[in-house]
Design a protein. Structure first.
Length: 112
């Protein structure tokens, strides 16, 4: 039996292979695990996944950067890393900023 290091997995042939983008493993794994929603993995051979940055969100599992983390649309924001959704500006407020990282980008709607 072969015990592969973290970031790799072994098949029945006993050879160790690096986990693909968007996946990770711990030592001794026989398969790699998809990164959770809101997280990604830049390179092959990952031992952990990274959070999507603020202003972005991720819904897919097992995807790679930049496919998994997308900008919040205008009128929304994400002030936490690893988000799986964006919050909307409060009623009566708007934002034209894509990828907003703070509620402070939401402004009062003009009169009329």
């Amino acid at each position: 039996c072969v015990s592969c290091p973290a970031g790799k997995f072994s098949s029945e042939g006993g050879e160790c292979f690096a986990c693909d983008w968007g996946k990770y493993s711990s030592a001794g794994a026989t398969a790699c695990t998809n990164c959770e929603s809101g997280k990604f993995r830049f390179w092959m051979g990952g031992t952990t996944c990274n959070d999507c940055p603020v202003g972005k969100f991720g819904l897919q599992t097992g995807a790679r950067w930049p496919d998994v983390c997308v900008n919040c649309r205008p009128g929304t924001y994400s002030n936490a890393s690893g988000s799986t959704s964006c919050a909307e500006c409060d009623a009566g407020k708007f934002s034209t900023t894509p990828g907003a990282a703070s509620i402070d980008t939401c402004s009062l709607c003009p009169v009329g």
